[in-house]
Design a binder for this molecule. Sequence first.
Ligand code: GLY
Length: 592
Amino acid sequence: MKPSTLLCPAFVLVALAACQPQSGNSVPDRPTLEETEQAPAPRIWDKGAMVAAADPRAVEAGLKILREGGTAIDAAIAVHTVLGLVEPQSSGIGGGAFMVYYDHEDDALTVFDGRETAPQAADENLFVIDGEVLDYVTAWQSGRSAGVPGMIALYKAAHEAEGQAEWGSLFQPAIDLAREGFEVSPRLAGLLANERLRDAVRLDEDENASAYFFPEGEPLTVGTVRDNPAYADLLQSVAASGPSAFYEGDNAQAIIDVLGQEPLPGAMTLDDLSSYSVKLRPAVCGDHETMRICSAPPPSSGAVTQNMIWGLYERITEGSSPGYSDEKLAAWVDAQRLAYADRDHYVADADFVQVPTSDLIDPRYLDARVADVFAPDGNPQAGDPGEVLGRGSIIGMWGRDLTDETPGTTHISIIDKQGNAVSMTATVESAFGNSRMVNGYLLNNELTDFSRQPTINSLPVANAPAGGKRPRSSMSPTMVFDQDGDLFMVTGSPGGNSIVAYVSKTIVGVLDWGLSAQEAINLPNVIARGPSVGVEIDVERGQDWADMLSAAGYPVEERTGENSGLHVIIVRGNGLEGGADPRREGVALALD
Ligand code: GLY
């Protein structure tokens, strides 16, 4: 295992400076050991390549790029531009993403933060009018909910860093499919026909969205062939001219115009769009007894929560043998409750507020935090890592944020022929984003991932809106490395704030319960945020788990129609094993 290199992403200069060997200015009079050593042997990768994502057409686009020698990053761009077409309810170029990238040759991780960003004019009262906090649906469907989209800028930053294929070629599968037309999937058709959703969203009030999704007033049905020439034209421009085709000129003006419409026009400007930048951040990794878990740092809560849940679970179940037991299921619930409570309290955009990221996953904090496991019918409270680690109490800095996040998101896992990997979760936030359509894509409502209520009990909320700030995310694009430091698992999911629990299920299911990727994905979803415990009962074992947890005293909320979309790749001794969530329409396919 090479933990130090894993902490040194290739493209983050500040981190590189801290991680490279130190050398003085004097010239040595004889060769140093490093100079006489042979160059290290290239790292071998012989496990093949795989793509797992939410639609077979997107997966095929990614495989084509890999087949032609493209990298995982190249493939991710092709996969995602197709998903933006065929799965517009979940993500697209009007939204944002976190991409975790593993460079096998350099044994290095980088996170591309393409999170949507609040316009400069936004302030903590973005969702407060005349002293009243807007309800979720009103905020969601307003012009105020859209952040500056990060997706196209992320494609460019990632491609410049590690792309091999020609930039323009990455858009061709989506351009072709958008011109030919794609068959509407059952999931897309089902959402469009869903009366409850249709009552809430303004899709058929927005002129462009209405014409696209409800031709002649009726929702698109399964199997209808839907073309999208506007999307093809825009991608063609991005392929030819790069991100300026999106962030400047006609497309930028169209975004401003549509967000400026009623109800509740937004304040985004052309400057907000043209000044958008992707942030390259070090991945945050936690070392555990048998593995290392790495994921996206704040403003994502992915790395903090995945490491906290596993670290607490490991401590609660210490001494037990590997494999499933009912006691371990309860331990996982307890670990989730504590981790969610800390995340809700502390995690936000660390460029704006102090986030105790490393303290929350510090083994000494986890040793103390595990003692906070409370009665099954209790109400989880945040811990105080500052107090525990002797840095002074920090719990009183913030009020507790209970932001809702609804699930309009997608996850892509890829390993390429060189062993490089991408774990990318992309989103427009709620289903169909904020329902406003420009040039064949939907704009996001990511700013509702901020706390709409800026203060709670007179304390500021860490995740309150501010100009230029990025809202907290639950997206957990994750990679797990084994005891030798080798990549073992790539995982992630959509699902709003339940993402944390969904992704954790695959880590616990595979690493401790000994399941395959697919078996772990198929397990009932169990989400323990706040006092109740959500248990998915309409899948195998779900009712048993709900009954068992109820009998143990947990306030179980029985759930149906869960919305996870886990896409997982595991590196086994004999090759790659994939899994795709049957709750959505995706597949995991190896490169032949
Ligand atoms: N919009 C989903 C998330 O960022 O968690």
